[in-house]
Design a protein around this ligand. Structure first.
Ligand SMILES: Cc1cc2nc3c(=O)[nH]c(=O)nc-3n(C[C@H](O)[C@H](O)[C@H](O)COP(=O)(O)OP(=O)(O)OC[C@H]3O[C@@H](n4cnc5c(N)ncnc54)[C@H](O)[C@@H]3O)c2cc1C
Length: 521
């Protein structure tokens, strides 16, 4: 039996999958006034900790929807990274302040994925959207006149239903049905080593609220701190002699030598899981009205804690674009920018994590030498220079992501190009509003650091483009912002256009007209 579900308002966006990516996308769409439906085949949200790290760029995006403070409050600020070699701590890199002056959140936060998803669900429900559980998307077809997409659903009682939507967002994880439905390939590979993750209660000097990584001939081990006395997450390899096909693996099969090398005693294992690490990027992130985001679009090793954060970044990138096109506030080609902006980053990320992961996990004398002798020295050299620390932070925190090559990015002034993330200019005093405060509107805006001229004011007024003027002080200068230049800022905090003060009065409307941009106000 096929039943078309009647809903009070037609669905504009169907979000398939209520993992972190789908939940954040739905929350953003709801805040932007889009009618959204979220379905998930699972009966309940995940109950295991999986992705732990919430990076600074994610916190910046979360600040736009008042989520960041809560994540920082409930999570654990990552204070330091320790590198171990031959049973000794070879290096300690301060992480709590490594990005000082770059972002309101100069650190990463440990916040287990199950708690994270619960928080997103709470906020989504507060925005009036519930997740429809035990509802699986089985296929997707083009709708009548190609104006809509029709998704076939299996409802909780096993009956079939359809959902017509203007757009479908496939946030349905690594084994994505939506990816298959749009016939996107998922090229890449799988590493041969079998890895484990375990949430444990342990004792030892390394269980100290800091991150520890063992680069050693005894093997690879990562220890992540968790909130609560003695709690930690271990990531390591399974003994080769235990990891045969079909083997039922338990904690007993874990390679103990790396654990002994960092001197911890595991007293209790709360959660244990094994996994093969994949590195794959979908060969397209969109077909017509259907998009792929998160693990449905890219998977890679957990090295660097980037996976979930990248999905959350996809969600922000797509949400405001869908809302603008659905609301007639931008030309439809805005949606064409999603794939090139996000696929370029996903490919770079997968290539980088692949290289690091290979170095950390490969067998053989040369690989061992690289791991135990070369890598610690390189990391030490990087961490001892200001420039090295900054580059490391920009990479890890995802604050270095830019969309300069995008067709919607234009202009340049000094170091800043269209497509760059709006640099953070720290506030005059702690707690005072800063230049990220207006990004809470999730709308286009213009920024000037200095004195906007009357022509610029009039141009922005005539287009209802909110103009925010900030002092051009030492903090703004240090952030790379130029005096009196006009920055047209996208709703996701990236620069659409960077315009010199001279001529900006004409170029602001020109940029808005070229793309059909209207603000929500
Ligand atoms: C054991 C384990 C450990 C991990 N450790 C880390 C880590 O340490 N660091 C890190 O960064 N990442 C880690 N990850 C990866 C991280 O969990 C993912 O990157 C993250 O969950 C991706 O979020 P997502 O929302 O894109 O997809 P998912 O979280 O996979 O969510 C997809 C959702 O879609 C639903 N779904 C699937 N198919 C359908 C369908 N046809 N119809 C409707 N709903 C559907 C699923 O039920 C699921 O809820 C780990 C993953 C696992 C499994």
């Amino acid at each position: 039996m096929t039943v078309t579900q009647e809903t009070s308002s037609p669905t504009e966006v169907l979000v398939v999958g209520a993992g972190p990516t789908g939940l954040f996308l739905a929350l953003l769409l709801a805040r932007l006034g889009v009618s959204v439906r979220v379905v998930d085949s699972a009966g309940a949200p995940g109950t295991t900790s999986r992705a732990l790290a919430v990076q600074a760029r994610t916190l910046e995006l979360y600040r736009q929807v008042d989520l960041a403070d809560e994540v920082v409050r409930r999570g654990l600020v990552l204070r330091a990274l320790n590198l171990w070699r031959r049973g000794e701590r070879a290096e300690r890199i301060e992480l709590a302040t490594v990005g000082k002056g770059q972002t309101p959140f100069p650190f990463g936060v440990i916040f287990p994925q199950d708690e994270h998803e619960r928080l997103l669900v709470e906020r989504l429900e507060a925005a009036g959207v519930g997740v429809e559980r035990r509802t699986e998307v089985t296929s997707i077809d083009a709708g009548p006149g190609d104006e809509r997409v029709v998704a076939r659903l299996r409802a909780p009682d096993g009956s079939n239903a359809t959902c017509e939507a203007r757009y479908v967002a496939g946030c349905d994880g690594a084994r994505s049905t939506v990816r298959r439905a749009i016939e996107a390939g998922f090229p890449g590979g799988t590493y041969s080593h079998l890895f484990y993750v375990a949430d444990v209660v342990a004792q030892g000097a390394a269980v100290n609220g800091e991150l520890h990584v063992l680069l050693d001939d005894a093997g690879f081990l990562g220890l992540f701190p968790l909130a609560g006395t003695g709690r930690a997450r271990l990531v390591g390899t399974i003994r080769d002699d235990a990891a045969g096909p079909g083997a039922l693996l338990r904690w007993e099969h874990v390679d103990r030598r790396p654990i002994e090398r960092i001197g911890i005693q595991v007293e209790h294992v709360n959660w244990f899981s094994t996994y093969h690490v994949h590195h794959r990027v979908a060969d397209r992130f969109r077909r017509d009205r259907v998009f792929l985001l998160g693990d449905a679009a890219h998977v890679h090793s957990p090295v660097g804690g980037q996976g979930m954060n990248t999905g959350l970044g996809d969600a922000m990138n797509l949400a405001w674009k869908l809302a603008a096109v659905l609301g007639g506030r931008a030309h439809a080609d805005l949606l064409d920018t999603y794939e090139p902006e996000r696929i370029a980053f996903a490919r770079r990320l997968v290539a980088t994590t692949d290289r690091v992961f290979q170095a950390a996990s490969k067998d053989g004398r040369f690989a061992r030498m690289l791991r135990t002798e070369v890598a610690p020295r390189v990391v030490a050299a990087i961490s001892h220079t200001e420039m090295g620390r900054l580059a490391f932070f920009r990479l890890l925190s995802q604050t270095g992501i830019e969309y300069r090559a995008s067709t919607w990015s234009s202009g340049r002034n000094g170091k800043l190009h269209g497509g760059d993330r709006l640099p953070w200019a720290p506030p005059a005093s702690p707690g005072a509003p800063d230049n990220f405060t207006p990004l809470r509107s999730l709308d286009w805006q213009a920024h000037v650091y200095g004195e906007p001229d009357a022509g610029v004011r009039a141009a922005c007024d005539s287009r209802r483009l909110p103009l925010h003027a900030f002092a051009f002080d030492a903090r703004a200068r240090a952030s790379g912002l130029a005096k009196d230049a006009v920055y047209v800022v996208r709703p996701d905090g990236y620069l659409g256009a960077v315009l010199d003060a001279a001529g900006a009065a004409a170029r602001v409307p020109e940029y808005l007209d070229r793309h059909g941009i209207r603000t929500r106000c």
